[in-house]
Design a protein around this ligand. Sequence first.
Ligand code: PGA
Length: 256
Amino acid sequence: MLNKVIIGNQKMNLTASQTRKFINAFVPMVEHLNCDIAICVPYTNLAVCKRALKDTNVAFGAQNVSEFEKGAYTGEINSEMLADIGCKLTLVGHSERRKYFSEHNSEINSKIKQNLKYNITSVLCIGESKRERTAGQTRNVICKQLDECLSGLYENELENIVVAYEPIWAIGTGQTATGKQIEEAVNIIREEIARLYTDKASKNIVVLYGGSVKPDNVKNFINIKNLNGFLVGGVSLDAKAFSELIQIYVGKPVKK
Ligand code: PGA
């Protein structure tokens, strides 16, 4: 059985000093919990994470990475730089990046390949829009995203991939998918990985759900079969609420 996994996506919210405060409050509340925990922060907060999360059970990552290796790409940050500062993971293909920065599957595929060179785990975000779901396109959309984003990857490289199913209509809206919808999507993801690779790869790949997960709804999702954990946005900005969510998920009494 794979470990439980919780990743916070703090988006463009906290400054470096606010991140330090967050970490100081958060870490004591989640120490010794049997769960892989990470936070994805803005680039400017990575140095603070490197210092403040040293020797803790919380890893840190970025929210994006360049698709390019190195050189004249003003404003970009590459995988080598992230690895050097201690990043263990980055988000790739978040729907906000697809929407506001026109990221396509082919670029996301390049980002994943760059990350692989530096042993950084890519948290690949995929998911359908409301319109696509209503039109019965959910399976097609998810499978196309997986096929194109993972194109050219070998099976052993999937160890460095986490798939986060994040239906666009559930992100930051307060409207979560139902347990049944999440289970169906997780099954589609695992079936597609089995088709592209092997049953073993399908069984082993880590799959998360993200979209309005909160302390008061996480228990509805705890028993979803084949789901390894959650990608948490808004709640991950609040040390108390985020730690509460994790404690509920791992079945520990919530410390108030
Ligand atoms: P949310 O965001 O938890 O605020 O809906 C999830 C995400 O964007 O990863």
